[in-house]
Design a protein around this ligand. Structure first.
Ligand code: ADP
Length: 264
């Protein structure tokens, strides 16, 4: 039974109270299964998204292998197809790594290895790793972080959170753009902000942006090796550490994502 607004899905089981159905009484059990149905729907969408994401590079890999098998390919063409194989297998590895991280974060409860982690060190590590991404577009990265700022986390998790934000700020930037990263203590919280001068995000995408596989521009994301899972990792990772995530963005102006961690 579907009823109400917003719509709820109910299952209703009813039976007469006695066997020969002579009395007027009946017993009905009504259960609200809206949430369960929503989760089933999400699971099936997730499976179909993963399948699609895996199939795209695999199709390309199979095509390249077929073409490489034929003997009459010159050296240049062969090299081209080897490059395709290289790019597509890297894409698969990246996708599988992100899926594993997401599943670990989602299944993690309290992590026993959580300890005070230095925010500045984690940020510097991520900036170092993101440098090669920004080389072609000459992206400049600036860090202004309190070196005594700590949050309760594991270093790898912290790097996953910051790394995804910093990588995005570089990937979705413009030529000669900048990324400003700040980390400060504000009252009871540690505030980490990653701000870019990039392409920005239109408001209509905000509600779905942190969903798995949601991309504003699918072809641009794929072209630069995106999996569509980065912000999802940020959202779940932040929740695991009781951190709030705030998004501000304007199309053509840039994006600013803020993480607010409770003081460790
Ligand atoms: P992806 O692997 O595609 O980068 P994410 O989950 O990290 O996946 O991000 C989802 C989408 O949000 C991206 O495809 C991109 O369209 C948009 N996005 C994320 N960060 C930024 C940013 N800093 N500037 C502009 N767009 C962004």
């Amino acid at each position: 039974m579907r009823t109400g607004s917003p719509e709820h899905i109910m299952t209703v089981y009813a039976a007469p109270l006695n066997k020969n159905r002579s009395s007027e009484g009946a017993l009905a059990v009504v259960a609200d299964v809206t949430e369960m149905r929503r989760l089933q729907q999400l699971r099936s969408e997730f499976v179909s998204n993963v399948t699609h994401e895996l199939k795209t590079p695999l199709t390309s890999i199979r095509g390249s292998i077929e073409l490489l098998k034929s003997a009459d390919r010159d050296e240049e063409t062969r090299r081209y197809f080897y490059d395709v194989l290289d790019i597509e297998t890297e894409r698969l590895t990246h996708l599988i790594d992100d899926l594993l991280v997401l599943s670990q974060i989602e299944n993690a409860k309290e992590d026993p290895s959580m300890r005070p982690c230095n925010v500045k060190e984690a940020l510097e590590h991520c900036v170092e790793r993101a440098k090669s991404l920004g080389q072609e577009n000459h992206i400049r990265m600036h860090i202004d972080a309190d070196s005594e700022l700590f949050v309760a986390c594991t270093p790898t998790r912290l790097q996953q959170l910051f790394g995804n934000l910093i990588d995005n700020a570089v990937k979705y930037n413009v030529k000669d753009g900048s990324v400003f990263i700040t980390a400060q203590r504000q009252r009871q919280t540690a505030v980490v902000r990653v701000k870019d001068t990039g392409i920005g995000i239109a408001k209509e995408h905000f509600p779905r942006l942190f969903e798995r596989f949601y991309r504003v521009d699918t072809s641009r994301s794929r072209e630069i090796g995106g999996t569509g899972l980065g912000l999802s990792i940020v959202k779940h990772g932040a929740a695991l550490h009781y951190a709030e995530v705030e998004l501000k963005s304007a199309l053509g102006e840039g994006t600013c994502i803020t993480l607010r961690f409770p003081k460790e």
